[in-house]
Design a protein around this ligand. Structure first.
Ligand SMILES: [Mg+2]
Length: 290
């Protein structure tokens, strides 16, 4: 495998397979509406070897089914059990920790739908709400803020959790949309009460939920992503291996600037470098025939 000369000093590829892989999606598997080089054959090869693969996303405005559809359209058919976005992590965490709570999700339909399906009661009666869930909600308005405020501050009953910590959601072309952090900030500002739990990256809760049901050792799994502060930090915090791909946000200079404590286990300039070089040779892969 040859590396781009400009990254040769930082590239560090694995020589063995991990027990399971957890992938970020945007910037790692695809960019916008295109699969990144080598992503398809890499996932297919892992599946052929029966190595579990999970896909993560912090976005709670999509049903897991929408990721299944998107991946299938891109040529990578995927089971719904392999998708773990913050709709999934939030629903599972509540089910495990507060199964009888009455909820007020400041959220769009996909999260509300999943919570109802899991058997939760959703209410906007502030005298009944146990947990306010802040999320990436493009229908957020003053009424929702008032309900959250009354439930937490006036009735002193509810506490606040959040689906993800992102400040904004980036779009191709440089624009973006205010994300969950803006909704959290509004609720925290008026109630003077802090969000208690974050169910998205970089919270270790997300990784634990993603690996649920797999008989694997966390330290022998690898989290693969393009963002140092979320994908890689989460792996470091849980003792999981980490691989940073230079196909999204992190730049070669970001990697060069890291101290040892924040350095990912592996640095790849294409995601199929997760497949060890010995297997590339057996498979007859080159960087030109992905
Ligand atoms: Mg990403």
């Amino acid at each position: 495998m040859s590396s781009d000369t400009s990254t040769a000093d930082i590239i560090n590829v694995p020589t063995d397979f991990a027990q399971a892989y957890v992938f970020d999606l945007d910037g790692t598997i695809y960019l916008g509406d295109q699969l990144l080089p080598g992503a398809k054959r890499m996932i297919e090869e892992l599946r052929r070897r029966r190595i579990p693969v999970r896909f993560l996303s912090n976005n709670p405005t999509k049903d897991p089914e929408q990721y299944v559809e998107k991946l299938a359209k891109l040529g990578l058919p995927t089971d719904i059990e392999d998708i773990c976005n913050t709709v999934v992590t939030t629903t599972r965490w509540l089910k495990e920790n507060h199964p009888d709570a009455k909820l007020f999700p400041v959220a769009e339909e996909p999260l509300k739908r999943a919570l109802r399906k899991a058997g939760f009661t959703l209410t906007d009666d502030p005298s009944e709400i146990d947990i306010v869930i802040a999320s990436y909600d493009r229908t957020f308005d003053y009424h929702k803020l008032q309900v959250a405020f009354d439930a937490m501050w006036f009735y002193k009953r509810a506490f606040l959790i959040q689906t993800n910590p992102d400040h904004f959601c980036p779009f191709p072309g440089g624009r973006g949309e205010p994300d969950c952090a803006a909704v959290v900030a509004a609720i925290e500002a008026c109630t003077q009460m802090k969000s208690q739990v974050n169910l998205g990256k970089p919270s270790p809760i997300m990784l634990a939920e993603a690996l649920q049901g797999l008989d694997v050792e966390v330290s022998r799994c690898v989290m693969v992503g393009d963002r140092l502060q979320t994908d890689i930090q989460m792996a470091l915090d849980t003792g999981m291996g980490s691989a940073c791909v230079l196909t999204g946000e992190a730049t070669p200079d970001d990697i060069r600037g890291l101290d040892d404590a924040h350095h990912p286990t592996y640095v790849l300039d294409r995601v199929d470098q997760l497949i060890p070089a010995s297997a590339w040779r057996e498979l007859g892969w080159t960087e030109d025939n992905d």
